[in-house]
Ligand binder design. Sequence first.
Ligand code: OAD
Length: 253
Amino acid sequence: MFADTLIEKLQKSQHLVILTGAGVSAESGIATFRDALTGLWKKYDAETLASEQGFRADPALVWGWYEWRRKQVLQAKPNPAHYAIAQLAEQLPKVTLMTQNVDDLHERAGSHNVLHLHGSLHQPRCLDCDQAYDLPKQADSKNTSNVESRIDPPHCYDCDGPIRPGVVWFGEQLPVNVWKLAQEACRECDLMLVIGTSGVVWPVADLPNFVNKDRGCVVQINPNITSLNGLASYNLSEKAGAILPKLYAAAFT
Ligand code: OAD
């Protein structure tokens, strides 16, 4: 079912880059962004829920929404795609995993040193002084029963400023060091798997363009067509949780 050339490239890869998006967590029950657009994101514009301006205007709405999402993630489990990705790292000399997802399902499946390009739901910090803040392991179930549960954000131990979610909001830069490492890995790699991303959010959507055209090769895994179909040398049009374990088995068992 896979081209022999693809299996050979995977087996011989010296540096594999894996870029994941919301599609990888979809089979764990977490709505993708473009799906969510038909839900809450339709009612509130994205800037209301995912910008500093929106947070300052209504902290309880925004914090409550992110706590609801964190609760969803805490209840979710990694799926076969997350596990297959972690297994690939055990077979190859160098794998750099980078994700746009703000959940921790890659880590819970056994992946290490994940580059969180858009931050993490699990690493909030003070809006005023940037001090990290420890959240309880469980989201408050009384207050996160639905997407519009309003919850006042906690306050910083140091300066009493409001605690903000640790995700990248509209109008914000990606974490500088994470972005630098991601670019370097894409320039250096010989193979890049791009899995479950619509490729419409910049600058992450540009990363496959950094892969060296002579030395490297881009493979897309996505049941739907995206802007990456033209650039990718291989397009595997299936769900990540179904195809990644098969790809792993074809190359390494
Ligand atoms: P999107 O929701 O834009 O795209 C999800 C992609 O996953 C789509 O192309 C689907 O076809 C694909 N997909 C769905 N189910 C899949 C499955 N089972 N296996 C493989 N692919 C599947 O999500 P992202 O591209 O991750 O940014 O969104 C990028 C960014 O947009 C997010 O990180 C977020 C949002 O604005 C921030 O929050 C900063």
